[in-house]
Every structure is written in structure tokens, then in C-alpha cells.
Design a protein around this ligand. Structure first.
Ligand SMILES: [Fe+2]
Length: 476
């Protein structure tokens, strides 16, 4: 393991190189080791041993765990999901406005057994419950419980709090990508931010746990317990990545069955959208391009086109459209197909063997419907483009009434490996505005007339660093 002192010394040096846009290079300790990657057991490290994080303790058979929230349009309702190791005959979800403890509502969760796809056929019990209509600008407290029919007693979770969107038009959310059980560098910051009630939800651009299906799904349980300290407070609105692909995404589909896909005319949690104040937010699984059939790609793109068509009917009311995905359509990391053939394939579509023409590409859809921001991950660093279309800077790169969408890759919250370096000398395409090769998280503030995106550096000791990038999209 690296010596903390040497790391801190290294981190005092930050090189900024102006090529096209700018590159921020954070020196690194090449000797750093990473447990917890795919197929490896996680180990305690400085991030996952943050206070109150309980990913590696023993849970009782009926003790609620893996508690996480998601929300629907304008947080008019929320859905909680949780797990127990054994299937309880009775379960419960109760919530109340924090200031009115007497106004408790009890909701009966639906429950099902989730079986891992491995040879052991390990099962856990999952539970999902939806609130009634929630009031604006309100802090709610809640608990989930399961009945232990051996001890003849209820096992209740701790009481958590979440809030609904305020009456103000402006709001903020957090945005991250690529986070594991080990080396979750941004996690301590995210846990503290989740307690502030400043952020209405958190987006995650895919790749979690590395991998949930490892060890018959035990790693999935551990990861969901790690993230409980964030998602029990700040609703999750994420998207799957390639690391969630095992057994046809069944871990993702079951463990995140509380995202609002049923309200979005999709059959599972791989795709959905919500309207939130002046924002239309879409969670779109780009993974179908890499492991799906032609029919599945067509189904996905048809759903996206229909969703965006509907969103554009309400563009005055909700001027901002943000698409969350896992794979980038533009990127500059060297020595990877992700930024060459794969990015082009996703951007321009699949080649029809008979005609030689491409079909099903994402960029024509993004341009047709004037998407504002394409927020993605997979590549383990941070990169932000200028408004870009067909491989060129669009509209001179102006961010006021931008001529095309801006792409942000923030796959750097904390995967169990070193982040991907940029070369310091380029050359880089003109559309590549900012490149940063270490860890961090993003926050986004949205109002009807602006969308301000900020990327924050997190140091290897888990402390907050500088602002790496801030840009603001504006519209007349
Ligand atoms: Fe990925």
C-alpha cells in the first residue's frame, strides 16, 4: 500500500498543460495495489471504513440491509428498496414528515426472492415500497422492517431522512460514475454531502461494485451496504454499465427495481426518465449496443426517440434535457478502443452489412431532439467537451444557446484501479475542452435559465480538493 505521506507530497504538484483545452495531470503512485476488483474480495481501506459504513459486518437473517431510495417526477413519490438474507413473512415501510411524527404512514412492501445466476443459486429477499404523494420541500423520516418469525420480533432499520424538492425553481444534484468497494475515493465526500439536504438526487453513470455477481452475489450485497450511507438519504437515479452485465443484468434489474421505469414505459430498470422541475433526465443503457441483439438496439433507440419526442413537447416548461449513459460517444483517453471504434459505433451506429450504411447511432437522436448534456462514464477519468456534433465543435463552442450537446465523462468516483492518464502533449481534438486524470465527483445546479456543472477533485486521502472544471449552459 502507498505511504500516505508520499501520496500527499505527490498530490501537492498539479501540472496544467494547455494543448487543446487543458489537461490536469495528478501524479500517482504506480505501486498502489487494488483489492476488490472483478473476481477479488474487497478489503478494508481508508474509504470503505468511513464511520457508519457497514459493508463487511454480519447481518441477522431478518435484519434490513441494502436500503436505498429512488424518486419519480418532481419527487412526488419515492420508492425504497431493501434486502434481508432470509425471506420474511411480514415486512414494513413507515415514513413521516420529520416535524410531524404523529403522521406516520405505513406501506406494505412487495417482496420477492432474488436468485444469483451462479451455480450456488444463492438467494436473498428483496422488498420494494412506494410512498403516497409527498409534499414539496419536506424532510421525511423513515424506517424499514422485517418480522423475525423465529425470535417473534420485528427487526427495524435505523431511521433515515430524505427530502423532497423545494418550491424554488433552482435545485442541485450529485453526479458520479464508476465506483467500487475498494478505492471508492469520493465516497467519504458523498456520505457527508448526503447528510446536508442540499442535493435532491444522485446520478451514477454505471459500473458499480466490480462486480455485484462476484462470490454468488455476496459482493453485490456488500456494495449495496456500502452505498446505503448515501442512497438511504439521497435518491439514486443511475444507469447500468458493462460491469453490471452478468446474467442478463439480473443483479441490476432486481437490486434497482425501485427506479421509475414503470412510469417511463420500459419493462425493467435499464431505462427510464423523470421530469424534475426544469429538467428532463433520461437514464439510457448504452450497454445494449455492446451485448444486445439488433432488435434490442432498435427497441432501445425507439424508446429513447419516443421519450425525447414527448419531452420536447414540454420544452418551455422543462428546457433542459440530460441523458445519463455509461459509454462515451467522444473521448480522448489514449490507447483504448473505447475512444475510437467503440465511441464511433455508439455515436454513429452499427454498419448494415448489406448496404454499408450505419443505423441506430445515438448522435442523430441527440441532435434531432436537442439534448443539452450527455453525462457518461466507463473511462476512468474526467473529460468535458465543448458543444460537439459529427466530430466537430458546434457553433464555435458557445455555451449560450449551445448549437449541440456537451458531453461529460466522470468515470472517476473510485473504481478499484488507477484512473486513466492523458498524455500531456496531445494532440487533442478541438472539441475536448477539459481533461483531468484523477478522482472526483460532480454537482449540477439547474434552473429554468441555466445549468451549471461543477467537477470537484477528491484527493487520495479522501479530502476535498479544488474545482477541476465548472461550466454553465444558458438559454434565452
Ligand atoms: Fe465500464
Amino acid at each position: 500500500m502507498p505511504k500516505l505521506t508520499s501520496l500527499l507530497l505527490l498530490l501537492t504538484t498539479v501540472t496544467i498543460t494547455f494543448v487543446s483545452g487543458y489537461t490536469i495531470i495528478v501524479p500517482r503512485d504506480e505501486a498502489q495495489e487494488f483489492p476488490g476488483g472483478p473476481g477479488l474480495w474487497p478489503e478494508p481501506d481508508r474509504y470503505n471504513t468511513y464511520p457508519d459504513v457497514n459493508w463487511n459486518r454480519t447481518y441477522g437473517a431478518f435484519e434490513p440491509q441494502q436500503i436505498h431510495l429512488s424518486i419519480g417526477d418532481d419527487s412526488k413519490f419515492a420508492r425504497v428498496e431493501f434486502a434481508t438474507l432470509s425471506s420474511a413473512q411480514q415486512s414494513a415501510f413507515r415514513y413521516w414528515p420529520k416535524k410531524h411524527e404523529y403522521a406516520i404512514k405505513n406501506i406494505q412492501p412487495e417482496t420477492w426472492e432474488f436468485e444469483d445466476g451462479g451455480e450456488a443459486h444463492r438467494t436473498i429477499a428483496l422488498y420494494r415500497a412506494k410512498t403516497k404523494y409527498l409534499r414539496k420541500g419536506t424532510v421525511y423520516s423513515y424506517q424499514v422492517g422485517a418480522y423475525d418469525d423465529q425470535k417473534l420480533e420485528w427487526c427495524w432499520s435505523a431511521v433515515y431522512e430524505f427530502h423532497t424538492g423545494s418550491k424554488r425553481k433552482e435545485f442541485s444534484f450529485l453526479a458520479i460514475g464508476d465506483l467500487g468497494l475498494n478505492n471508492a475515493v469520493a465516497l467519504p465526500q458523498l456520505i457527508e454531502l448526503s447528510k446536508t439536504h442540499k442535493y435532491d438526487f444522485l446520478t451514477l453513470s454505471g459500473d458499480q461494485a466490480y462486480n455485484m455477481d462476484d462470490f454468488d452475489g455476496i459482493k453485490g450485497d456488500q456494495y449495496m451496504n456500502l452505498m446505503q450511507e448515501v442512497w438511504a438519504r439521497v435518491p439514486y437515479l443511475g444507469v447500468p454499465g458493462n460491469h453490471e452485465g452478468a446474467y442478463n443484468y439480473t443483479h441490476y434489474k432486481n437490486r434497482f427495481k425501485n427506479v421509475p421505469f414503470e412510469d417511463s414505459n420500459f419493462e425493467n430498470s435499464l431505462m427510464y426518465s423523470i421530469n424534475y422541475k426544469s429538467l428532463h433526465l433520461i437514464s439510457f443503457s448504452t450497454e445494449v449496443y455492446f451485448d444486445g441483439t439488433d432488435d434490442m438496439i432498435q427497441t432501445a433507440i425507439n424508446w429513447l426517440d419516443a421519450d425525447l419526442t414527448e419531452a420536447n413537447k414540454h420544452r418551455k416548461e422543462r428546457p433542459w434535457i440530460v441523458l445519463i449513459t455509461h459509454h462515451p460517444v467522444y473521448c480522448s483517453a489514449p490507447d483504448t478502443e473505447d475512444c475510437t471504434t467503440k465511441a464511433q459505433y455508439l455515436r454513429d451506429g452499427k454498419v448494415n452489412a448489406a448496404t454499408g450504411e450505419r443505423w441506430g447511432g445515438l448522435e442523430p437522436v441527440l441532435l434531432k431532439h436537442k439534448v443539452d448534456l450527455y453525462l457518461t462514464g466507463h473511462v476512468h477519468n474526467y473529460e468535458r467537451t465543448l458543444p460537439v456534433a459529427q466530430g466537430k465543435v458546434a457553433g464555435n463552442g458557445a455555451l449560450h444557446n449551445a448549437a449541440s450537446y456537451v458531453e461529460v465523462i466522470n468515470g472517476n468516483a473510485g473504481p478499484p484501479e488507477a484512473t486513466v492518464m492523458f498524455n500531456t502533449t496531445g494532440p487533442y481534438e478541438d472539441w475536448s475542452a477539459v481533461r483531468y486524470d484523477s478522482y472526483g465527483y460532480s454537482s449540477v445546479t439547474v434552473s429554468p435559465c441555466f445549468l451549471e456543472f461543477t467537477h470537484h477533485q477528491v484527493h487520495l486521502d479522501g479530502s476535498l480538493g479544488n474545482i477541476v472544471d465548472r461550466f454553465t449552459l444558458t438559454k434565452d
